[in-house]
Design a binder for this molecule. Structure first.
Ligand code: HEM
Length: 353
């Protein structure tokens, strides 16, 4: 069931990003962006996607609660009597309004208004808001908002721009805009993270599935930011290179994937308690063997671990250097992926719990 709801969340982040990108670019003057092909049908499919993919937690709850009284009955109980059910009904209503706004080409302010309300609904029913309502609601909504307004523009330019007109003028605003969004994303991300794990328990939390996904998320952000740096700074003054933008967006999908699986796990604010309930993360058992309480994660350097770490750093450097060479578009993506895999395993081999 976790895979089903995580994939639904991954798709939810993607459709939200595409919708946000479309709305943000409506506020950008024509001479400050390349020409972009935009299909109303795809926008409406994404709107339907926001309602459909956010239904997954309700289906999960229905499966969990169903005890032979019938699916429909249980689903209606979940829908009408649970907070998530009410949240979904509000999401459907707002998606319909946003769908009408897009279909009838209403003002960009109108579309932005409904999109922001949808982001606030996600924030209000988020994991962290269930721990601390108002600061959780605010931090998660801001985290999600800055994520979609940055990645949305990236997805549109990388996959739907049809020429490279106004490229320098586009970069002149998009680079500082992206830097601001990423800084806000990291700040709100750290703020949310500290609700789930104390700074001093961050490494201990790696023994748990949530901690593993959080670590993989952080590692996957590094090549993503390297690609963003290449697109925003190293490729500045060069012609639009959609390949590198596509590489950046594909690396982004790793962050989405690890986040989607992370938010389905039991948060690590009581590591020993969660360990007793859930056990160690499968990848930890695979790489480090069975684990037992108490944990005290500490560096325990190993030759294999160090070698993998060095290979990872080399792969990241080759990713950056490949922006100076005409290489196949897939190589930088493979270098970035290789960095995540080698540094992750290297780290796991250099840590003992
Ligand atoms: C490129 C940067 C990032 C992207 C694209 C990103 C994306 C996301 C998304 C889409 C969510 C929503 C999850 C959901 O509600 O289902 C999320 C939640 C979260 N993010 Fe990020 N994030 C980024 C950076 C960070 C950073 C730097 C941190 C921590 C240092 C972080 C920590 C978190 C946490 C703890 C959550 C809450 C997950 C949960 O609900 O359990 N994020 N992030």
């Amino acid at each position: 069931m976790i895979t089903f709801t995580a994939i639904a969340d991954f798709l939810l982040y993607t459709v939200f990003s595409y919708l946000a990108g479309s709305v943000v670019l409506k506020f950008v003057p024509e001479d400050k962006k390349p020409r972009i092909s935009e299909s109303k049908a795809l926008l409406l499919i994404c709107v339907a996607g926001t309602a459909l993919f956010s239904l997954a937690p309700l289906i999960e709850l229905t499966v969990f609660l169903e005890n032979g009284e019938g699916w429909i009955g249980t689903f209606l109980t979940v829908l009408l009597e649970s907070g998530n059910g009410h949240g979904w009904l509000v999401t459907v209503a707002l998606s319909l309004l946003l769908g009408f706004a897009i279909y009838f080409d209403t003002s960009k302010y109108n579309q932005a208004y409904y999109l922001i309300l949808l982001i606030l609904v996600i924030g209000y029913f988020s994991h962290v808001a269930s721990l601390s309502l108002w600061s959780g609601f605010a931090s998660h909504s801001l985290h999600f908002f800055f994520m979609v307004i940055w990645t949305g523009v990236l997805l549109h330019i990388a996959w739907f721009s049809i020429d490279d007109s106004n490229w320098a003028r586009f970069l002149s605003w998009f680079t500082p805009y992206a830097v601001f969004c990423v800084a806000a994303l990291i700040a709100t991300g750290v703020f949310i993270m500290f609700y789930f794990v104390e700074p001093e328990s961050y490494a201990n939390s790696w023994v748990l599935p949530y901690g593993q996904m959080l670590l993989l998320k952080h590692l996957s952000i590094i090549p993503l930011l390297a690609a963003a740096f290449i697109n925003g700074f190293l490729n500045k003054g060069r012609l639009l290179d959609r390949t590198w933008l596509k590489v950046e967006s594909l690396l982004l999908f790793f962050v989405f994937l690890f986040t989607a699986f992370m938010s389905k796990q039991a948060p690590p604010h009581e590591i020993h308690h969660t360990f007793q309930a859930e056990g160690a993360a499968p990848l930890v058992v695979l790489l480090k063997g069975e684990q037992s309480i108490p944990f005290d994660a500490s560096l325990d350097w190993s030759v294999n671990g160090i070698v993998l770490f060095v290979i990872g750093i080399l792969l990241l450097s080759m990713m950056v250097f490949s922006s100076y060479r005409q290489v196949s578009s897939w190589l930088p993506f493979l270098f970035g992926t290789g960095f995540i895999v080698t540094v992750y395993i290297g780290l796991m081999l250099n840590v003992s719990f």
